[in-house]
Design a protein around this ligand. Structure first.
Ligand code: ADP
Ligand code: MG
Length: 255
């Protein structure tokens, strides 16, 4: 067992103007763990994920991935901001899946998945194509390799987006409401893919309102309101035992 968490967010704070959006948020995520982040709109869930991926800078606190400080170089006892190239390299280790799938519209499913491996990781096209096909198979879309996004359902597009993230072999996958834009009948296919990733040991942080998924798949559930973590625990604790009033009221509102 490695005692070091894969991801450590330590007292992370972030304001937009005068509004404090993250207030001393600390969270450790172990390798292989699935953490589901829940809370009302405006709680800071998306902002938190974006700080982990360095799409937002933080005002104070620190974030470590596998023991490596994100965004800064710690040499000589002084902190220096990393340059864009270094930040891009760190960012690749965290895959992000968004509510809007953001596929390249002019590329097929296969091309969407193979693009970054060939252009960023320098993998040979034939090898990248082979990997992309294997990933399409993993998300249940082996027969859609040559379809364009416009020829795929929302659920299929999101599964291609997940495969595209996996193609960079990220240490951790961040999902920001991955099923919120989908027609209800397409939600389960996407959740099923995420469930199988978790069974394969993929570390994930998932922002979602799908409480059934949280109950079944999460190792831990984190409840946020107004920029702060209010409760953390197993699904059993969060859904059954906690007497936190804000949590109970939130769970009542999402059914
Ligand atoms: P959640 O994902 O939990 O709904 P967000 O992280 O999107 O919450 O937003 C948290 C708060 O930060 C909200 O009040 C939102 O309006 C504000 N916010 C988010 N992004 C920005 C931004 N780029 N500029 C200013 N305010 C922002
Ligand atoms: Mg959000």
């Amino acid at each position: 067992m490695n005692a070091l968490p894969l991801l450590r967010a330590h007292e992370v704070s972030k304001s937009f103007g005068h509004s404090l959006v993250l207030d001393n948020v600390s969270l450790d995520v172990a390798r292989g763990e699935v953490v589901v982040l829940i809370g009302p709109s405006g709680a800071g869930k998306s902002t938190f994920l974006r700080t982990l991926n360095q799409l937002e800078t933080i005002d104070s606190g620190s974030i470590y991935l596998d023991g490596e400080l994100l965004g800064y170089d710690e040499t000589n006892g002084k902190l220096h901001h990393l340059n864009e190239t270094q930040i891009t390299a760190q960012r690749r280790r965290l895959g992000m899946v968004f509510q809007q799938f953001n596929l390249f519209p002019h590329m097929t499913a296969l091309q969407n998945i193979a693009h970054a491996p060939t252009h960023v990781r320098g993998i040979k096209p034939a090898e990248a194509k082979k990997q992309a096909l294997a990933l399409l198979d993993r998300v249940g879309l082996a027969d859609r390799a040559h379809h364009y996004p416009s020829e795929l359902s929302g659920g299929q597009q999101q599964r291609v987006a997940i495969a595209r993230s996996l193609a960079m072999a990220p240490d951790i996958l961040l999902f920001d409401e991955p099923t919120s834009a989908l027609d209800p009948e397409l939600v389960d296919d996407v959740l099923q893919v995420m469930r199988s990733l978790s069974q394969q040991g993929q570390t994930m942080i998932v922002v979602t309102h799908e409480m059934g998924f949280a109950r079944d798949v999460a190792d831990r559930v984190v409840f946020m309101t107004e920029g702060a973590i209010r409760e953390v625990g197993t699904p059993e604790y969060i859904f059954k035992q906690s007497t936190n009033e804000r949590l109970r009221s939130f769970l009542g509102s999402v059914g």
